[in-house]
Ligand binder design. Structure first.
Ligand code: ZN
Length: 376
């Protein structure tokens, strides 16, 4: 009786362990599924864009680690790229765009905006010029080494002597049929469905303040609007509040300067009133971006924050009802096959391996004794 009782207890114990392990595996599976983009894939919201039912208008915040790069596609098929991330992400940007262009039959970038001279924005530009036809470059009123040597500097523009900025600008000059223009407040284009308007820079020279050259760009599509800010800080925010107070309101804000504390001030946010914010930022970056004070200010206005460090590349569109549709990290069929297979293999291991019981050991011994007896 006692043996039977202990056998039953042992079975119950094994069952509990198996159920426990299965529960843990199921939780891990759900987490991996969600973070690998499973939900987006299932609901057709993948960042890889087969996604949007209405793909007249799309905004892609491309994951470039610590840096910025955003691609916009307009209803008339005009395309725009704002920044190209750091040098190390040039290939990633090109790969992302190549993939997207194939799906959407896009063959060129109409407007390429280099917000300012910093490497985390212009580093990948040479790769972009190499891989795509660029029709127009908007760049800061900051001269590169090449321009100083070629044209001198009669206007007294600020000069950036970095190699990374120089190669971005030289690539622009070498690009066939590419117009080169300076970013400036007031530049605008569009049609009855969309508009693009530069709200800054409002000055020609910001004297060594690299971030200040960043144009704040407002893009509207039907009833929705998106604000791009480069690395503009409070000084520029105040400039724009003064000149274009009525035009700052936007549904989606690309948070300035990777969420640094010196941008996205309370007053600025009170003009923009964003319901969604995107922070383009690298995982565990050495700058401590985004700053907790910036996140607090966004939380205080109930703004939903998406970071590329968590979500990877983030894609958005606006559906026919005017809702902002969100895409995210895209999963492929292979990702799925892998996740599901690992889960099932783990389940088979948990339920398929039989534990050794004392009874079985004994019965083996008994069998051996029996055989010995037979042989006698
Ligand atoms: Zn930056």
């Amino acid at each position: 009786m006692d043996k039977q009782k202990s056998k039953k207890q042992f079975k119950n114990y094994t069952l509990l362990i198996r159920l426990g392990l299965t529960a843990v595996l199921a939780v891990v599976f759900v987490f991996v599924f969600i973070f690998a983009g499973g939900l987006n894939y299932v609901y057709g919201l993948s960042g890889k864009i087969k996604c949007f039912a209405n793909n007249e208008f799309e905004v892609h915040y491309i994951d470039v680690g610590q840096g910025d790069s955003a691609f916009i596609r307009f209803p008339d098929k005009t395309t725009m790229l704002i920044d190209a991330g750091p040098t190390s992400s040039g290939d990633d940007v090109c790969e992302y765009l190549t993939d997207l262009f194939k799906q959407e039959k896009i063959d060129c970038i109409d407007y390429f905006v280099l917000t300012h001279q910093d490497a985390d924005h212009v580093g990948g530009a040479s790769d972009v010029f190499e891989n795509f036809q660029i029709n127009c470059l908007y760049r800061p009123k900051v001269y590169s080494n090449y321009e100083i040597q070629t044209f001198g500097n009669p206007e007294g523009y600020e000069v950036s002597t970095t190699n990374v900025y120089n190669s971005a600008i030289v690539s622009g000059y070498n690009e066939p049929n590419c117009k080169i223009r300076y970013s400036c407040a007031g530049i605008n284009w569009g049609n009855e469905k969309y508009t693009v308007k530069f709200l800054s820079p409002n000055k020609d020279n910001y004297k060594n303040d690299n971030n200040a050259y960043s144009p704040i760009i407002k893009i509207t599509y039907l009833s929705r609007s998106f604000l791009f800010t480069g690395d503009a800080e409070s000084k520029i925010e105040n400039e724009v509040i003064e000149r274009f107070p009525e035009e700052l309101k936007a549904d989606v804000l690309k948070v300035a300067h990777h969420g640094a504390s010196n941008g996205s001030g309370e007053t600025f946010l009170s003009y923009v009133k964003p319901s969604v914010a995107v922070i383009s930022v690298g995982k565990k970056n050495s700058y401590g971006h985004p700053n907790s004070s910036t996140l607090d200010r966004l939380n205080n206005i109930n703004c939903k924050v998406y970071m590329t460090s968590t979500y990877g590349s983030i894609a958005m569109s606006v559906d026919s009802a005017g809702n902002i549709v969100l895409g995210g990290k895209s999963a492929t069929v292979t990702d799925f096959a892998l996740i599901v297979s690992i889960f099932f293999i783990a389940i088979v291991i948990v339920w398929g391996v039989k534990p050794k019981s004392k009874k079985r050991k004994k019965s083996k011994k008994y069998k051996q004794q029996e055989e010995k007896a037979k042989n006698k």
